[in-house]
Design a protein around this ligand. Structure first.
Ligand code: SF4
Ligand code: SF4
Length: 295
């Protein structure tokens, strides 16, 4: 298989670009996400790592349904299907969880932003990146290195609800995402959260994305994320759309309760969740009660 044939196959699954990177070593410090530190050691069969770029359209900034997590779940399934096709074509392939933004920066691909995201034209930061260790294909050289748009811009510093972004980058100990991995969110996050599951504020305000067309969630997605439905615990459809890993422990119900409490809606339905088996949901009911003493 040639690089062009690989790309053509990847495009069938929504990966619009593929970068063929060397099998590098990475200094990962304490490596909390257990990423691959030495690609050649972990994948002795491989001759390169293919970084796959899955672009998606953002929603409008007022939309609470998270465009990224919907896309991430689609990219996950697309990657699995692509691996099967590549293996059918005779390649040896495995998922490779390397620090992909570092690898792309090192290969002179994309622009490294103050927010820690990478912007790849023409998609900006609105991409999901997946990596595969692949046999039989050589790494390629790149020299994209587009101008970094952060100079004379501080939009993300102003917009970040956590105050996590400074001139030199993100303090990940303050970033909301660090506190949203499980279902239990601190009240300060329930007060300021703008989208389900994770925070996208610094992507919505980013210059690198200003040219992107916004889209609307499809009707089935809107129905799945109907606030009342999620409060009542009917989360199955929504979880199938965004993936189950990021939504366990009653997370979507707890988040829907917090959104509704802020909006002053669905008081009766929220109170009905007082006996939920999920700690996070009961805590969200407590949050709602404190927010609306009249509940
Ligand atoms: S909002 Fe501006 S400063 Fe922040 S990452 Fe985007 S371009 Fe850079
Ligand atoms: S994801 Fe949200 S909390 Fe984290 S740095 Fe971006 S805007 Fe701030």
């Amino acid at each position: 298989m040639t690089h062009a044939e690989f790309l053509a196959l990847a495009r069938e699954y929504g990966f619009e670009k593929v970068y063929f990177l060397p099998l590098d070593r990475y200094d990962l410090g304490s490596n909390p996400h257990r990423l691959v530190a030495d690609a050649a050691l972990d994948f002795p069969f491989a001759s390169c790592v293919a970084a796959l770029v899955f672009p998606y359209a953002p929603f409008t900034a007022s939309e609470r349904i998270p465009a990224y997590y919907l896309a991430s779940n689609r990219a996950y399934h697309a990657r699995k299907a692509l691996i099967d096709r590549l293996r059918d074509a005779g390649l040896t392939v495995e998922k490779a969880e390397i620090p992909v933004r570092t690898a792309l920066n090192r290969a002179r691909v994309g622009a490294a932003l103050r927010t820690g995201f990478i912007s790849i034209e023409p998609f900006g930061t609105r991409i999901v990146l997946e990596c595969l260790a692949v046999s039989d294909l050589t790494p390629l050289e790149y020299s994209e290195s587009p101008a970094v748009p952060c100079r004379n811009c501080g939009a993300c510093i102003k917009a970040c609800p956590a105050g996590a972004i400074g001139e030199k980058g993100v303090d990940y100990e303050k970033c909301f995402r660090a506190f949203m991995e499980t279902a239990a969110h601190p009240d300060r996050i329930r007060d300021a959260q703008t989208t389900y599951i994770g925070c996208e504020v610094c992507q919505y305000c980013c210059r690198a994305n200003s040219h992107l067309e916004k889209s609307e969630p499809a009707n089935d997605v809107k129905q799945a994320f109907d606030t009342r439905r999620l409060i009542l615990g009917d989360t199955k459809q929504a979880r199938s759309l965004v993936g189950k890993n990021m939504t366990s422990g009653g997370k979507l119900t707890a988040e829907a309760i917090a959104f509704a409490a802020r909006d002053g809606e669905y008081c009766k339905e929220i109170l009905a969740q007082s006996d939920s088996p999920f700690d996070a949901v009961r805590d969200a009911v407590r949050y709602a009660n404190e927010r609306y003493k009249t509940l």
